[in-house]
Design a protein around this ligand. Structure first.
Ligand code: AMP
Length: 448
């Protein structure tokens, strides 16, 4: 199937062709006709599937086809489409895509998010804005100051709605909804379905078309997943060694906390590995700077928390490292979705200490796959290390002294049928060490 069969205008097809797209992705094949028909949409698709274009292209088509748009009191056409995103980075990225896909159309777009001065945004709003891409908080600041008018919105897109709900934006979203005209088209995109999404969709959508494209398959051959079992306080040294030995460049490293991200950056920098962090406590200019350097290949390591990195499209990222496993198993899927995109091959590494075995078990259960592991000589976990509670984690039963990794006594075994990969019983490193031997022997015993 080609883009020209979807009913999009020539200007839009020209823009996507110039971007190198030859055919629509599965989500685009389904969503574009649905949105063009005027239906509401409930779409399950993760970032990396081409979901931005799946709502942007028909949105641009719809807005540019309407030749009878009346100007408002300021002499400009009103804002007719609102795209809400959970993070500033995602707002900037989506706005960039909208601008690019719409470059042959006479439509103006604007990104609006916090962490930067509000004045230039007010200035832009005095001019023509057809499509507004915003984070909820800053949008409400503008509403409060009377600098934005949402009374002519025809199309509302909630991008990564599940993440917005996770981030506690539900009240902001409800306030924003109350400011929009009743008659409008609503497009709701989520990565992971939940009861909260169901409740939001029920109140928001009118007889929606439902689309769910295959979740980015974490078992895809394109992503080689591997676990390194390591002592809690040796993770940083192991990471530095892996980066150096393998000459890794463009490594995205996830930590559980903002503080952990900052600490890791400091430690890597001390080891002369160039690293910067993005997370919610960083200024917007620091976040933008770090991301730009990482994207253009001049930064070796970007350390990020889940929220900051969610939805970012960093193409063909070769290495993702879980310095800490996420508390929520779905986040593992989102994290490793940063690599192996668009047919490129990638590697997802997890550094797992004894405190995290139960998290690893949850992840393996979710992805229905046993992850292969390696133990690097002299870094392998000591079998006598007691597990400790992970700060901030809700219900964690510390594993007993000398506990085994997930497939052992502390975790439910996976059904045999779901195991897709077998674990290499590998010990990497120059010398055999005592702590690697007992730990790796027990890991090697994991029944597959
Ligand atoms: P998204 O899921 O919107 O973040 O898009 C992920 C990546 O896929 C982006 O780099 C897009 O430029 C790219 N992309 C989107 N649609 C297509 C397509 N039809 N063909 C090739 N690449 C695409």
């Amino acid at each position: 199937m080609s883009f020209s069969t979807l009913g999009l205008s020539n200007e839009i097809i020209r823009a996507v062709t110039e971007r190198g797209y030859t055919e629509p992705t599965p989500i685009q094949m389904q969503a574009i006709p649905a949105v063009l028909s005027g239906s509401d949409l409930l779409a399950g698709a993760q970032t990396g599937t081409g979901k931005t274009a799946s709502f942007t292209l028909p949105l641009l088509h719809r807005l540019s086809s309407d030749k009878n748009v009346k100007s408002t009191s300021n002499g400009n056409p009103p804002i007719r489409a609102l795209i809400l995103t959970p993070t500033r980075e995602l707002a900037a990225q989506v706005e960039e895509s909208v601008r690019d896909y719409g470059k042959y159309l006479k439509l103006n777009t604007m990104a609006m998010f916090g962490g930067v001065s509000i004045s230039p945004q007010k200035q832009l709003l005095k001019g023509r804005v057809d499509i507004l891409v915003a984070t909820p908080g800053r949008l409400l600041d503008h509403v409060q100051q009377g600098t934005v008018n949402l009374s002519h919105i025809e199309v509302l897109v909630l991008d990564e709605a599940d993440r917005m709900l996770d981030m506690g934006f539900i009240r902001d979203i409800r306030r924003i909804l109350s400011l929009l005209p009743k008659q409008r088209q609503n497009l709701l995109f989520f990565a992971t379905f939940s009861e909260k999404i169901k409740a939001l969709a029920t109140g928001l959508l009118n007889r929606p078309k439902m689309i769910e494209v295959a979740r980015r398959n974490v078992t895809a051959d394109a992503v080689a997943q591997k676990v390194y079992k390591v002592e809690r306080d040796r993770k940083r040294q192991l990471l530095a060694q892996l980066i150096r030995q393998n000459n890794w460049y463009q490594v995205l490293v996830f930590t559980r906390t903002k503080h952990g991200a900052d600490r890791l950056v400091k430690q890597l920098t001390e080891e002369r590995i160039q690293a910067l962090a993005i997370h919610g406590n960083k200024s917007q200019s620091a976040r933008t700077h770090a991301l730009a350097k990482f994207k253009n290949g001049t930064l070796q390591v970007l350390v990020a928390t889940d929220i900051a990195a969610r939805g970012l499209d960093i193409s063909e990222l070769p290495h993702v490292v879980n310095f800490d496993l996420p508390n929520v198993p779905e986040d593992y899927v989102h994290r490793i979705g940063r690599t192996g995109r668009a047919g490129a091959s990638g590697e997802a590494i997890s550094l797992v200490c004894v405190d995290e075995y139960h998290l690893l078990a949850d992840i393996e259960k979710l992805i229905k796959q046993r992850l292969p592991f390696e133990v690097v000589a002299s870094f392998g976990a000591n079998s006598h290390t007691k597990s400790e509670a992970i700060p901030g984690e809700p219900k964690h039963k510390p594993t007993p002294k000398g506990s085994k990794p997930p497939a052992g006594s502390t975790a439910k075994p996976l059904p045999q049928t779901s195991a897709k990969q077998s674990a290499p019983r590998t010990v990497v490193g120059s010398k055999k060490s005592s702590d690697s031997s007992s730990a790796s022997r027990r890991w090697a015993k994991r029944s597959r």
